[in-house]
Design a protein around this ligand. Structure first.
Ligand code: PMP
Length: 393
């Protein structure tokens, strides 16, 4: 064992500990659902991204089980070798229909889908315009692509316009944004971004990890919310581990976009396909999500209730339309103290601290699911009132 390695690691770990940025995993026993056992405690969780309550849905589980019997567990190879089963093929077709796009390509994770997209579409002669609060996987993907990065102020099309005006005339331009911002819960101003993309001949890419299945009449996400189609948003990325309740991700777009990814995207070519049973389970969940009007309505009802409660407590929050409702508390210490009190009261609401969010904007990230009940939301609000009243940190 190298002494210098261990010493260096210890210094870094101490720095993380001392700055209140220590992260640790909690252990969940049983399925992902609001009432759960975590670290041995019975809790009501308000932190999962399982927005429609599909992660443990009996029909989704049954589809996985049936496919496990048929396909076994591992895919055994990359898609382009012999890991691409009929289950993957059917899932891609169902997602193309779901998103109203020509074709879809499935990936093992959203992180990889974003890496694949950027690598395939832009390089060092191109410029990517990124919302400052884009998800880490997008930021990393742009960095790895070698393209020039221009960050514009969060959800400010006017600032994006300034950036576009000043950008070099050479190379391609691409505008990249979360559809629903993962830590802030607001929806990107997509109509304005689409108009700028048209005006400046830029390509618009939306990562709708938190919008798909939740927003829009048939769960078509933030694009459907604004009535935008493939003409305005030619590059759409979605994840499967959130509203769809399983795991993995996809890119939806034109035949040429998908074929380009297949031919050139290293995170697609050089990785094992997701297990076929997962693809089959996701196919079941996509079908449920498409017709899940009642789940979406219940979720919206709970969001309004939460929003009214937060208003009564004088806590600012985004418009209660998306299931991500952060409550900004300021310092990391304060957010951690409130989260700890909620935990003791039986509610799991994580404190999101720097560097995930900017300094001074530590927050509780409350997320709701269609699987929550009104009573659970009311109980959370009471516990929150208590936790805030008794916290002086
Ligand atoms: N994009 C966004 C906006 C996300 O929130 C996430 C997951 N937190 C990802 C991409 C990455 O997706 P995955 O978890 O499937 O890697």
């Amino acid at each position: 064992m190298s002494d210098s390695l261990e010493r260096t690691l210890e210094q870094r770990l101490s720095a993380a500990r001392d700055s209140g940025r220590w992260r640790r995993t909690r252990v969940l026993d049983g399925p992902q659902r609001p009432e759960q056992i975590i670290d041995g405690y019975h809790m009501v969780a308000f932190c999962s991204n399982d927005y429609l309550g599909l992660a443990a849905d009996p029909a989704v589980v049954a589809a996985a089980r049936e496919a496990l019997d048929y396909y076994g567990v591992g895919a055994g190879a990359a898609h382009l070798i012999n890991g691409h089963t009929r289950a993957h093929e059917e899932l891609e077709q169902a997602l193309a229909h779901f998103t109203g796009r020509e074709r879809v390509l499935v990936f093992s994770t959203g992180y990889m889908a974003n890496l694949a997209l950027m690598q395939a579409l832009v390089g060092r002669h191109d410029t990517v315009f990124e919302d400052r609060l884009n998800h880490a996987s997008l930021i990393d993907a742009v960095r790895l692509s070698g393209a020039r990065s221009q960050r514009y102020r969060h959800a400010e099309p006017q600032h994006l316009r300034e950036r576009l005006n000043k950008a070099p005339a050479t190379g391609h331009r691409m505008i990249v944004t979360d559809g629903v911002f993962s830590m802030d819960g607001d929806i990107a101003p997509l109509p304005e971004l689409a108009a700028l993309a048209r005006e400046f001949d830029a390509w618009l890419m939306v990562d709708d990890a938190h919008g798909l299945s939740v927003l829009g009449d048939t769960g078509g996400g933030s694009c459907q919310h604004f009535g935008l189609g493939s003409g305005e948003v030619p590059v759409l990325m979605g994840t499967l581990g959130k509203g769809f309740g399983t795991a993995g991700a996809f890119v939806a777009g034109s035949e040429r976009l998908i074929e380009t990814l297949i031919q050139t995207a290293r995170p697609y070519i050089y990785t094992t396909a997701m297990p076929a049973a997962l693809a089959a389970a996701t196919l079941a969940s996509v079908r449920i999500a498409e017709a899940a009007g009642e789940r979406r309505e219940h979720l919206q009802h709970l969001l309004r209730r939460l929003g009214e409660g937060l208003d009564r407590l004088g806590l600012p929050h985004p418009p209660p339309v998306t299931p991500i409702q952060p409550v900004t508390l300021g310092t990391a210490a304060r957010a951690s103290a409130v989260a700890e009190r909620l935990f003791k009261a039986g509610f799991l609401v994580p404190a999101i601290r720097p560097p995930t969010v900017p300094e001074g904007e530590a927050r509780l990230r409350i997320t709701l699911s269609a699987a929550h009940t009104e009573a659970q939301v009311d109980a959370l609000l009471r516990a929150l009132e208590h936790a805030l009243g008794t916290t002086t940190a």
